[in-house]
Design a protein around this ligand. Structure first.
Ligand code: ZN
Length: 585
């Protein structure tokens, strides 16, 4: 995101330079006379440049599309019972409106542009990428345009394109009584005819989509026997009209045991790269996964025992109290809007409203079938190129899913509130400041591995699972660091990899691929878990810094090899099979 902002800043400077140039030209009167020939030549050159750019884009559109593997996102028919079907149909129809709203939220011109592309068979590939990206900008390439050659406004369609951050801030300073409506997640800022600004609620701006969507939600509520689901759907439908979302966010937290898991409405603010304020519409329609929910319940039962036996000095190990955010595993049937644009999400943690989080906590939902699709399409092909062949048979989806669940569980155990050397009571995150995300992500990963190993020792999992868990961990690592180790997750991965290499638990073979020495792994992960837990328990900022410096960078040999894997897709494009199946319901 910061890189994007940087680019927008540069765009801003360029725009500033152009306008300065204009005003300079206007000052001396005699310079206003234009040379028609020079103007014609300039126009011709500009047209040629535009055509050249179009040719270039046309040539690499195939390459851009190849980054995405079209993938069927399917589900087991057994879990979509007959009496859920009428409800699901309404929910999916309501969700489809989120696609339409988000398209307009990105840019009002999207509707016209899409029509243009659909009408021209030669633009088939452009249309395909347009639909993936929800507009003519490549979300995986710093939002560069791949068709139409227009720059993306940083504030998308949430603000007037000629409004600067500065103008927004000056406005709310001058009219503090309007600050709340201006900074609301659920308003857009428009310019009035007198050139001043106004905040317009989503319920007005998107009424033509929200009214039918609300109607469908109410119909779904009427068809459902699930009390909590009914409550959420009715509350959310009311929110579409009232623009007040808090009550329905509260109701969503109570959906924990319903068969249907649905999220619909305005949530994340990433699309607003100008102010980071305005929420984009999206939807997830899911079914809770009964098998994985059982597995999770089993893990949860062992948490107190894991906590008591963490690899760290007893005097520093203070088990946490209080409830953590619940995790649930679901099968995704359909998604729409913001979440579907560009890279597909494996899990979401909502709601974002701090008031709701304070009162009810938040809920993490993991999407099993999406994870499976990414495992097949991306993780396996990468691991095949990076690991020795005989260990590939141990890279399994069950182990991948287990590790993801264990990682999330491990976030909730280990040091929380700590006492610093000088006696101050504080939270780990405050003591480790900017280094906290990296240390905490590495801790969650390695403690997840350690926990699984512990449960295998306790015979909760079969012995055969041990090699699967270690191999899949390494395979997953290559997928995670494919695009470098710049942010917290990537750096956390680099730490684990380098540590395991240093302890000879992983080694590079003469053939240039990696191999696990299974015997060495348990000791290495226990030591790494101990080192990280100690840094956290002591709130040792300097220690964290030293540790990251020592282990946080990927070996060059590895990054070069990963960079050469250009034929493996970056992500999937979901094709939801329920849309076909629904036709015969
Ligand atoms: Zn994490």
């Amino acid at each position: 995101m910061s890189r994007q902002l940087g680019i927008y800043a540069i765009c801003g400077i360029i725009m500033l330079l152009i306008s300065c140039g204009k005003s300079k030209q206007k000052a001396p009167v005699e310079e206003e006379t234009v040379d028609p020939l020079a103007e014609k030549i300039a126009r011709k050159k500009a047209e040629e440049a535009r055509r050249e750019e179009e040719r270039r884009i046309a040539m690499d559109i195939q390459k851009r599309l190849a980054r995405f593997a079209p993938t069927k996102i399917d589900y087991d028919d057994k879990i979509v019972w007959d009496d859920l079907r009428p409800v699901l149909r309404k929910l999916i129809e309501a969700a489809q409106y989120m696609d339409e709203i988000f398209m307009v939220q990105v840019d009002p011109r999207n509707i016209e542009w899409r029509k243009k592309l659909s009408a021209d068979p030669a633009m088939k590939n452009q249309l395909r990428l347009f639909d993936i990206m929800f507009g003519p900008w490549d979300r995986l390439d710093e939002n560069k345009p791949f068709v139409f050659g227009v720059q993306k406004p940083p504030g998308a369609n949430f603000y007037p394109t000629d409004m600067s951050k500065d103008e927004f801030q000056r406005y709310i300073k001058a009219f503090p009584e309007e600050e709340e409506s201006f900074t609301s997640y659920f308003t857009v800022i428009r310019r009035k005819s007198d050139k001043t600004l106004e905040a317009v609620p989503y319920s007005d701006v998107y009424e033509m989509y929200l009214t039918p969507a609300a109607k469908l939600l109410k119909e779904a509520a009427a068809l459902s026997n699930d009390r909590n689901l009914k409550k959420y759907l009715n509350a959310r439908a009311d929110a579409f009209k009232s623009n007040e979302y808090r009550e329905s966010d509260m109701a969503w937290m109570d959906l924990g045991k319903s068969d249907i898991e649905i999220v619909i409405g305005p949530y994340e603010v990433y699309e607003d790269a100008l102010m980071g304020l305005k929420a984009a519409f999206e939807a997830f329609v899911c079914i809770r996964d009964p098998e994985d929910s059982k597995k999770l319940a089993r893990i949860v039962k062992y948490i107190p025992e894991l906590e008591k036996n963490l690899p760290m000095p007893r005097e520093l190990n203070k088990p946490r109290t209080g409830s953590e955010s619940p995790i649930s595993v679901a099968v995704l049937l359909f998604s729409a809007g913001d979440t579907k644009a560009g890279v597909q999400t494996l899990a979401f943690n909502l709601p974002n409203d701090e008031v709701v989080r304070e009162k009810k906590g938040s809920k993490k939902v993991m999407l099993r079938n999406v994870a499976h699709a990414k495992f097949d399409q991306i993780l396996i092909p990468i691991a095949k190129k990076m690991m020795i062949e005989e260990q590939m048979k141990n890279v399994t989806f069950e182990a991948f899913m287990n590790h993801t669940l264990m990682h999330e569980t491990a976030h909730g155990i280990g040091p929380g509130m700590i006492t610093l050397e000088d006696g101050t009571e504080t939270e780990v995150s405050k003591a480790l400041q900017d280094l906290y995300p990296t240390i905490e992500e590495a801790k969650a990963d390695v403690l997840g591995l350690w926990s699984t190993n512990y449960l295998i020792n306790k015979k909760v999992y079969p012995e055969s699972f041990r090699h699967e868990v270690f191999s899949t961990f390494l395979g997953g690592f290559f997928r995670s660091v494919r695009f470098g180790a710049h942010e917290a997750h990537g750096q956390a991965n680099a730490i684990q990899f380098n540590y395991l290499m240093a302890k000879k638990a992983v080694e590079l073979t003469e053939e240039g691929v990696y191999k696990i020495n299974y015997e060495e792994v348990p000791v290495a992960i226990e030591e790494l878990a101990r080192d990280l837990l100690l840094i956290e328990a002591k709130g040792d900022y300097e220690g964290a810094k030293k540790f990251i410096k020592q282990y946080g960078e990927l070996p060059k040999q590895l990054t070069e090899k990963l960079a050469s894997l250009t034929d493996i897709p970056v992500d999937i494009v979901p094709e939801y099979t329920i849309l076909e199946k629904m036709k015969s319901w």
